[in-house]
Design a protein around this ligand. Structure first.
Ligand SMILES: [Zn+2]
Length: 97
């Protein structure tokens, strides 16, 4: 006579989500939420709100002869977009404001 007892905690399902990484302006190691691969994000910079604010401030201070374009060439003024090198989806974004 067989004794088939189910394990006591069979129907308890623990869904463990990996912690959301903190996106800054450097690549981060994470699990891609699109293709679920362990990746190091590829970063690219795009013009963000702060870029326009710095541009506006420079214009206010009279630096409108080309100087106001400087923030568009300084990566420290831009938002940082993290993409997955495997599936090329955007996985996160670091905005400075
Ligand atoms: Zn991916």
């Amino acid at each position: 006579m067989s004794n088939l007892q189910p394990p006591p905690h069979q129907h308890v399902t623990v869904v463990q989500q990996p912690p959301t990484p903190v996106f800054r302006d450097i690549p981060v190691n994470m699990v891609c939420q699109h293709c679920h691969h362990q990746i190091t994000t590829a970063i690219s910079f795009e013009t963000g709100t702060l870029t326009w604010i710095i541009c506006g401030v420079l214009i206010l201070f009279g630096c409108w002869l080309g100087c106001c374009l400087i923030p568009f060439y300084v990566e420290g003024c831009k938002d940082c977009v993290h993409t997955c090198p495997n599936c090329h989806q955007v996985v996160g974004k670091f905005t400075r404001i």
